[in-house]
Design a protein around this ligand. Structure first.
Ligand SMILES: *Cc1c(COP(=O)(O)O)cnc(C)c1O
Length: 229
């Protein structure tokens, strides 16, 4: 078994442990393998290992991987998106995880030929370095999106702060679940908001325990390009 297979096996074990701990079904948790830091060759190995969701955070990275890797996967755009780059990725992705600006929503509406599944990015921790709406801004933003029929709000996304403090991270994920539930109670046709995109290499187990349905795992899964597979 090579290193990639070992990492995958470990992650799978951890996901199952977290699901068991809180009585969730493994099948309700989707892994987005974040390939932004590795080559197309590595991305291909990840796909060959059975992953159906791949994530990239830059339009160029996404386009390049798409050209070089089989297109039999769902591509998730997880990074900050600029208006002028929307057209470059919009019909190539199955999900956008980082919607938090109306200008981007407008651009998606203008460019998309089919409805796009979007997560609204929320900055629960309030860190200035992070993008995303504040919890207070969330409801009105989502309500306004009703006029954009190319956008379906499938859920919420966040990035936890980079800290060792598990309880701090857990509190943020909990808050995200509450926000998601609040949006669901609005019963908006354009915003079913059933999903939670949260959890990365360092905190995906906590995220799953708190209800994540999409975890975005980079280095812990794909490794680092420099170290070989
Ligand atoms: C890079 C990235 C990830 C994956 O990060 P790892 O720590 O390598 O797992 C997840 N989400 C977003 C938005 C990212 O930019």
């Amino acid at each position: 078994m090579n290193k990639l297979q070992q990492r995958i096996q470990q992650i799978e074990k951890n996901i199952q442990t977290s699901c068991d701990k809180v009585g969730r079904n493994r099948s309700d948790v989707h892994v987005v393998a974040v390939t932004k830091g590795v080559s197309s060759t590595r991305a291909k190995q990840v796909i060959d290992s059975g992953f159906k969701h791949l994530g990239e955070n830059r339009p160029d990275g996404l386009t390049q991987k798409l050209e070089q890797v089989s297109d039999n996967v769902n591509w998730h755009f997880i990074g900050n998106l600029q208006s002028r780059r929307v057209r470059d990725i919009i019909d190539k992705v199955s999900h956008i995880h980082s919607l938090s600006r109306m200008s981007i929503a407008k651009e998606i509406q203008k460019r998309a030929t089919e409805q796009v599944d979007c997560f609204i990015q929320v900055n629960v921790s309030g860190e200035e370095s992070k993008s995303g709406l504040t919890p207070d801004e969330l409801t009105s933003f989502i309500e306004e999106l009703a006029e954009y029929d190319k956008i379906r709000v499938v859920g919420l996304m966040t990035m936890a702060p980079n800290t060792e403090d598990e309880e701090e991270i857990r509190a943020i994920f909990k808050k995200m679940r509450e926000l998601r539930n609040q949006i669901q109670t609005l019963n908006l046709a354009h915003a079913p908001c059933t999903e939670l995109s949260m959890g990365m290499s360092n905190d995906y187990m906590i995220a799953i325990e708190e209800g994540a349905t999409y975890v975005r795992i980079g280095t812990a899964l794909v490794g680092e390009e420099s170290e070989g597979d």
